[in-house]
Each structure stands twice: as C-alpha cells, then as structure tokens.
Ligand binder design. Structure first.
Ligand code: ADP
Ligand code: MG
Length: 572
C-alpha cells in the first residue's frame, strides 16, 4: 500500500486534536510479511501492527523526548530496492529482575519500499529521518520553554577518557555503552585518552576552544576537576569557562554524574544505567549554568593557591575516607562504603576553627533563592545536519520562567548564626583580586592571615568529626548529601558534624544520606546551613582536605561560590 504522507508545520495541536505530521505503512527489517502503520506527530511516534484481528493491533507509542536520533540507510543488498530508517529511543523501562525504571535502548527500523527506484525509497526514508530528528529536537525545547538562537561554535566534542579511573574500565565502558549512542545521535567526537595526571588540565589550558563545542570527560570527578582548573588558568578564562562541559561516569567517584541524573528527575539507578542516563543527556545537548567555588589554600601564606571546584570541599571523616579508600579502588564505587566502615572503627576528632558567611548576609534575599538567572544553551552549531540537539540550535536568549531551580522547595535547617552559641568577628576590607591569579575576584573573602569579616559567623565548636561543603546534590552515586542543592543555586551547602557523635549515630547518618533523609534526622551533632563563603583553619599540621574528591595541600582553606559561571550539559 502507498503510504499516505502528510506534512505540516507545528503547532500540531489544534482544538485538542493531535496533528499527524507524517504517516506511512512499512515492514520491519526482520519480517517483510507484517506491516506496521507508523504515524508521527510533533510529540510521538506511534507504531501499530496492521492485522485483521483487533486483538493483534497493539499500539506502541514512543515519546520523541526519548529519541536521540534517526538515520536513513540504503539496503546492503543491491537486489533490494528498499531503503531503511532507524529511530533510536532511550525511554524509561522497567528494569529486569528489579524494581524501578531506567533508560534502555530501543531501536525501531522500518523498510521503505514504495518505489521501484532505490533512490526514491532512500529519499523517502531520509524525509522521515529528518522530520523525526527535527521534531525530537523541538520537543526538547518546547518542554523547557526556552528561546534559542544560534551558537557559532564547532560541533565537535573533545571526549577525554581516563583509562585508569574507577576499576580501570572507563574506555571499555565508553566503547560498550556510549559510543554507539553518540553515533546514533550524530554527535561528532574526538576521543582523547589521558596519559598521566594533569594531562587533561594541560589540554584544557592549551586547547584552541574555537575547535570544540564541548569538553566531555569519561572518568570520575577528578578528571573534570582538572579540566575546570585548566580552563580557569587561561588568560581568556572568562570565555573559556563558557565552554559546555559534560560528564560521563567512568570513575569510582561519580558525584556530578549522579547529581545531573538526579536533577533530570530520574530515579536512582545502577552504575551502567547512570552511564546510559548521562550519555542520553549528552546526546540531547542541553546546557545549563553551573556554580563553581573558588578555593584558596593557605598553607604558605606568601604564596596562596587558588583552585576552582564544582562539587565539594571536605575535611575530617569524609576526606579521610576518600583518600584512604584509594586502596580499594579495584571494587569501584563500593570503595567508599568499605572506607567508611574502616574509618568508623577508628573514629576520631578533628580540631579546627570554622567560619562562614550566611546566605542572607550577602544580598538580603530570601533563603534559597538563586542570585543568578538560569539560562540554558545548547552547544549546537550551525552548518551541521540537524541530527540531534547538538546540531540544530542554539543559545538561550531569555531566562527560564518555570525553571525547577526557582521553584525548588528548599528545606530549612538549623542555622547556627542565630543560635546563642554563635558570635561574630571583626569587620575587614574585602580581599582585592590578586593580579597574578586568573579568574573572578573573590569579593567575599579577606586574606587568610586576617580575621574573617564581622558579618561572618564563627562556629563556637572547635572539635569536629567532619566538615563538608557541597555545591551539588550528590557526594557519590548513592550519597545524596545536599538534597536541596541545584546546579546553579549560587549556594554552598555546609554540613558539619560536631565531636561527640557515637559510631552508631554516624553510621545512621550515612545510611540516611543514601536516601537524602539525614538532614531530617534531627541529629543534635549535625549542622546544616547554606552559605556563600566559608573558612576552615585546622589546628593540626597534618591531615587531609579534599576538593572535588582530590587531595589538596593541607592547611587553612577558604572558599567563595561563584553562581553559574560554568556551563554543564544536563537537563533541568
Ligand atoms: P576516580 O573516580 O576513579 O578516582 P578520577 O577521574 O577522579 O577517577 O581520576 C582519578 C585521578 O586520576 C585524578 O587525580 C586524575 O587527575 C588522574 N588521572 C587522569 N588521567 C590519568 C592517567 N592517564 N594516568 C594516571 N592518572 C590519571
Ligand atoms: Mg548547588
């Protein structure tokens, strides 16, 4: 039967009726006897078996939001005049032998054999592929209610893989699970295998960024830490840090990947499913703003070091576990559970002084409201076939009205600034930008050898079990440490645990963190507050401080958040 083909421009919904953009009747690759009615609307691709028995006419509907790409192909066999188009979906499906759903690949391939001429069939298949791709990109944009314009940037993605991250399987995980997806979505990418520590940092510092649409890492958080710092070390850091960054979980600490998966509204998943989820987000190519914290390390006051951090600053229990668990790297993400149990057995107290600038001291705004407007861009350039969001769009030119960031219901917890225990320090002039350092000036900080300004809160306790400053929701795949954090809320979510907590209570806190309920536990030892800046001065000369899970010089440290200065491929 000749396919009846109709085409029209959106909007596809008029008077509640969904308009069909294209309709056709095709066979599939495996069985040329069974025909399917295929109809495309702006939102869905519907496939229905054509049969005389009503019971056999089951319908399958794929939402185009779940589509990463579509390709037209001519037949391998010269004797076959037909052509094919394959549509690639990653919808949420029930997981085998377990509860919950996760994104799983579904390919739908149809044979177009309307004409005697193979070229005419291929043209028809290409028409389908093109319309499906465009509709799927439009779905994404409609969903996020954003306006787009063009970005004049290369489409090519530099994909940095650390072959030693995690259990040493990042490369095989990439080739096994992600590469095909990127090809299906038509995302051009250049694979770069890192050769040593700091290789990615050097590449980010030296790269001609006009050649790259995005820098994506397939590793743990440590490799992204290198890339972020490489970009911020450049003379043109302000523009360089606008380069969209992406993360594919291939390490043992995949906290940012877990955070973006969580922000996308999906349920917690296994490691491989997390990789598919992040690969899917990468194929979709939507970009959001991300906070960075500027971290000053002051072990040598004459030569302070500044780093940029996208995830966390940790001291005490968490930092020790991160570093001590290196020896269990072969077990992957489970290394943190093993490290936690070992460290619990030798639980200790960490002495130091902690101070912070509470959120509402800076701008008097309501707690939890973002000081930065949320924008989204796509890194998609022009001059490319519109095979995915990468290649058909766009830079947002208007703030999101209904962004989840602005609508987030923030939890409010104990803020020790108002407690009787807190006291204030003397006012000082803010630290001027250090001419030798690249990056934005830290207007909230004073030099580490001066007391904190008077509007800061100095925590009265000096005995701690841990201090954890988070700017994203997850500390690890299954540690939901800062539940109300969002990608660009411009906040440091500060958690500290005072000394005196029992081993059992601390274990209970970590178990609750798996579900993100630890802050609601009313533990008398745990304090959670949202801040813009903080300072920690450990009293011991030796110990461990980690930034984004990477060990840094031990000593006094302070940090300030810079709301939304980086860009990350994600979906909010
Ligand atoms: P994981 O989560 O498994 O620790 P990371 O991405 O955090 O994975 O990487 C761990 C460390 O490996 C980081 O400090 C990073 O700088 C370093 N690194 C990156 N590439 C290489 C390499 N080729 N050889 C050795 N170390 C590397
Ligand atoms: Mg945040």
């Amino acid at each position: 039967m000749e396919p009846k083909t109709t085409e029209s421009d959106p909007p596809s919904h008029r008077n509640g009726i969904t308009k069909v953009l294209q309709y056709g009747e095709f066979t599939t690759t495996g069985n040329r006897k069974v025909r399917y009615a295929v109809s495309l609307t702006e939102r869905d691709l519907t496939i229905q078996k054509i049969t005389s028995t009503p019971a056999g006419r089951s319908k399958v509907v794929f939402n185009l939001r779940d589509c990463v790409g579509c390709r037209a192909l001519s037949a391998d066999d010269n004797a076959d005049a037909g052509a094919y188009f394959s549509v690639y979906f990653y919808p949420f499906k029930r997981r085998w032998m377990s509860s919950g759903v996760a994104r799983q690949r579904v390919e739908q391939c149809f044979r177009v054999a309307l004409f005697q001429d193979p070229r005419a069939n291929l043209e028809e298949a290409e028409k389908w592929a093109d319309t499906i791709r465009k509709s799927s990109v439009r779905q994404q944009h409609l969903r996020n209610r954003v306006l787009y314009s063009e970005v004049h940037r290369s489409c090519n993605v530099m994909l940095l893989v650390n072959p030693h991250s995690g259990k040493g399987q990042a490369l095989s995980l990439f080739t096994g699970h992600v590469q095909r997806m990127l090809n299906e979505a038509g995302v051009p990418h250049t694979l770069v295998i890192t050769e040593r520590q700091n290789h990615a940092r050097e590449l980010a510092r030296e790269a001609d960024l006009s050649q790259w649409g995005a820098l994506v890492i397939m590793s743990g958080d440590g490799l992204l830490f290198e890339v972020v710092n490489g970009l911020m070390e450049r003379e043109d850091w302000e523009e360089a840090i606008q380069t969209p960054l992406g993360i594919l979980p291939g390490g043992s600490g995949n906290a940012l990947a877990a955070s973006i998966h969580h922000y996308s509204g999906a349920q917690p998943v296994s490691s491989k499913e997390l990789l598919i989820s992040c690969g899917f987000l990468l194929c979709k190519g939507l970009v959001s703003r991300m906070d960075l914290a500027s971290v000053h390390l002051g072990s040598s006051p004459s030569n302070p070091t500044r780093l940029f951090s996208f995830l966390s600053l940790a001291w005490g229990f968490v930092a020790d576990v991160d570093v001590e668990s290196e020896k269990y790297r072969h077990v992957g993400a489970a290394r943190f559970t093993m490290g936690t149990l070992v460290r619990l057995a030798s639980l200790r107290v960490y002495k130091g002084r902690l101070a912070y600038l509470p959120v509402d001291e800076v701008d008097g705004e309501e707690d939890g409201q973002s000081p930065v407007s949320l924008e989204m861009t796509s890194m998609s350039p022009q001059h490319q076939p519109p095979s995915s969001a990468f290649c058909s769009s766009t830079l947002l030119c208007q703030p999101l009205k209904d962004s989840p960031c602005q609508n987030t219901a923030h939890l409010t917890f104990h803020n020790s600034r108002n407690s009787n225990n807190a006291f204030k320090a003397k006012k000082r002039e803010p630290m001027s930008a250090n001419a030798t350092l690249t990056g934005p000036p830290d207007s909230l900080l004073v030099p580490l050898d001066q007391p904190v300004p008077s509007d800061w809160v100095v925590v009265p306790e000096e005995d701690f079990v841990l201090m954890l400053a988070m700017y994203q929701s997850h500390l690890a795949k299954d540690l939901y440490a800062a539940p109300d954090s969002t990608l660009d809320d411009g906040l440091i979510h500060l958690i500290y645990v005072r000394a005196g907590i029992s081993r059992t209570a601390l274990l209970r806190l970590f178990l609750a963190m798996k579900k993100g309920t630890h802050l609601a536990n009313n533990s008398p030892h745990l304090v959670y507050t949202r801040v813009r800046a903080l300072r920690l001065e450990p009293y011991s000369s030796k110990g461990v401080i980690t930034v984004d899970g990477e060990m840094v010089e031990y000593g006094p440290v302070q940090a300030q958040v810079h709301g939304g200065i980086a860009r990350l491929i994600t979906r909010l």
